[in-house]
Design a protein around this ligand. Structure first.
Ligand code: IMP
Ligand code: MG
Length: 194
């Protein structure tokens, strides 16, 4: 049974191969935090997380950033299937405050096609921040449909659907401390690309 058919039937596929181990995540997050702290030295940073997936990454990253920081969130829903976004995005929760004149860093869990991030960048640029950059924990270069300026990238991963460390399938698996691919056809003993 395919992954989608299984979820529609109320079942959840087993977790497959680990793509990024928990200790690798923590090491890279510390490096990114150090780099961000150096790049924004002497400035205040407005860190904006995209709910819900980025919460885990953002909470760890922010503790590695040694700058005065503000924290806020947006929630967006992207129309599309369980695993593919369409680029048509609806804001479910907006920022609580203005970002005008601020140094804003968008923190994303994963950039897949890039359509969601493209929408967010256009929307936030219109609010006149002083600067606007992106920090994405994971990117899937093979899936990218739009070129986007992503200043900080945690890991480039292959074209597989992954879960854990905030990432979900149908709201499940976010609490795994590592990032793993979903074992789509466990009986066949191999992974298929999403
Ligand atoms: P995009 O608009 O195609 O870049 O998709 C972005 C959103 O789709 C991400 O913020 C995730 O919520 C979700 N997404 C994309 N790929 C994955 C994945 O491999 N696992 C879990 N969620 C994903
Ligand atoms: Mg997301």
């Amino acid at each position: 049974m395919s992954r989608l058919a299984r979820v529609e039937a109320g079942q959840h596929p087993p977790v497959g191969e680990v793509v990024v181990e928990a200790d690798e995540l923590q090491r890279r997050v510390a490096q990114l935090g150090g780099q961000i702290s150096r790049d924004y030295e002497g400035r205040d940073l407005f860190m904006m997380g995209v709910l819900k997936g980025a919460v885990f990454f953002l909470a760890d990253l922010m503790r590695e950033v040694h700058l005065p920081c503000e924290l806020d969130f947006m929630a967006v829903s992207s129309y599309g299937s369980l695993t593919d976004s369409s680029g048509v995005v609806r804001i479910l929760k907006d920022l609580d405050s203005s970002i005008e004149g601020k140094d804003v860093l968008i923190v994303e869990d994963i950039v897949d096609s890039g359509l969601t991030l493209n929408y967010l960048l256009r929307n936030l640029r219109g609010r006149n921040p002083r600067s606007l950059e992106v920090c994405a924990l994971l990117v899937k270069p093979e899936r990218r449909k739009i070129e986007l300026p992503i200043r900080y990238v945690g890991f480039e991963i292959p074209n597989r659907f992954v879960v854990g460390y905030g990432l979900d399938l149908d709201q499940r698996y976010r609490n795994l401390p590592y990032v793993a691919a979903l074992d789509e056809n466990p009986g066949e003993g191999r992974l298929h690309a999403a």
